[in-house]
Design a protein around this ligand. Structure first.
Ligand code: SF4
Ligand code: FES
Length: 355
């Protein structure tokens, strides 16, 4: 068993935005508790002791934690590379300077689209102008800037404009990540899933926009349109761990949906949870796999795909990810894709999550 490489510290599920593809729990009222500053500092020290090299401060919106700079400073002092994953709402110049002084290494800002009205509609709140202002502050302070845009049928037709926006902001990297369908995105799948025609067009535009763009563009393939699933999280309990606002420790962002035994920093050390807890052991490696993954030559490449997607679609987290064309449940994907092909290009988003 390898050491974990990355820690995702979900400091809070509170958030000023209301994106329809949010990966936070759907039943938010069950997750109100938050670790104290001291408890997070203990988690960070245990993570560093376990071999973690990168800490992603995430949420919800991590800027809503008043102690964020203290936590960044603690992580920095422990030798961790620190990344702030933020909507940028609340990233004023004084706050940014405070985080800079604390040693923050990198900033990732979510952008919902390149165009103000569309971006604000997707975010569920007026936020585009503040994001752009914050992105400029990030560059002025000399941080590397990643822009992350979650793609869906409401914005996938704007790839050239989104790339131009990233260029104008002098972003170092642009992540174009197609929506993953669990949590809120699962509830809103009919409104979010692009058609094959939209996708083909977007990929053509991406090829053209990439040439001479002068920035690193990462495009995450939409797995509903792939023959094989993605190796979610690089394998279960293989490279990353997530600590939720209340102190639960998970192998992936959606593992709370699977009904597995809970592991909490209130009850055990991070090292013991990583090595021995049932939640991390359940799908680690390949011995848990049923057919067709058990005998498949790709089992060490994609690890049978995403456990949370398998559970979401079939009710059984141990089945092959239905995205795989070899899965006996693959029709669940082809049916959804066929439905998406019948819908118009810009349907309104159906369900709004929390604020
Ligand atoms: Fe991956 Fe399983 Fe499909 Fe093989 S059968 S490609 S291991 S999901
Ligand atoms: Fe949980 Fe993919 S999101 S395994």
């Amino acid at each position: 068993m390898a050491e974990p490489f990355g820690l995702v510290a979900e400091l809070t599920y509170r958030c000023p935005l209301a994106c329809a593809y949010c990966s936070n729990p759907v039943e938010l009222s069950r997750y109100r508790d938050e670790l104290s500053t001291g408890q997070w500092q203990r988690v960070l020290a245990e993570a560093a002791g376990l071999g973690v090299l990168q800490c992603h401060f995430s949420g919800g919106e991590p800027l809503l934690r008043r102690d964020l700079a203290d936590l960044v400073a603690s992580a920095h002092d422990l030798g961790l590379y620190t990344n702030l994953v933020t909507s940028a709402v609340g990233l004023s110049r004084p706050r940014a300077e405070q985080l800079h002084a604390a040693g923050l290494d990198h900033v990732q800002i979510s952008l919902q689209a390149d165009e103000p009205a569309l971006s604000d509609r997707i975010a569920g709140t007026a936020s585009f102008a503040r994001k752009i202002e914050a992105a400029r502050v990030v560059k002025e302070l000399g941080w590397p800037l990643t822009l992350n845009v979650v793609l869906h049928r409401g914005n996938i037709g704007r790839i050239p404009e989104i790339v131009a926006c990233a260029q104008e902001l002098a972003a170092d990297r642009l992540e174009l990540a197609n929506t993953q369908y669990y949590g809120w995105a699962w509830r809103n799948r009919a409104a979010l899933l692009p058609s094959r025609a939209q996708l083909d067009h977007a990929e053509e535009e991406l090829r053209a926009a990439r040439a001479g763009a002068g920035l690193d563009i990462r495009y995450v393939l939409p797995d509903y349109y792939s023959r094989y699933p993605k190796p979610c999280m690089g394998g279960w309990g293989a490279r990353q761990l997530i600590v939720t606002p209340g102190g639960d420790v998970l192998p992936c962002l959606a593992a709370h949906t699977l009904g597995l035994p809970r592991a909490s920093v209130h009850e055990a050390a991070l090292a013991a949870i990583w090595a021995e807890s049932p939640v991390f052991q359940r799908f680690r490696g390949t011995s848990w796999m049923p057919d067709p993954c058990r005998g498949c030559e790709r089992r060490e490449i994609d690890f049978g795909g995403c456990r949370c997607q398998a559970f979401q679609l079939t009710g059984d987290a141990a089945r092959a990810d239905p995205v795989c064309h070899l899965s006996p449940d693959h029709r669940l994907i082809t049916e959804a894709v066929a439905e998406a092909g019948k819908r118009g290009a810009a349907e309104p988003l159906a369900v709004r999550p929390h604020r």
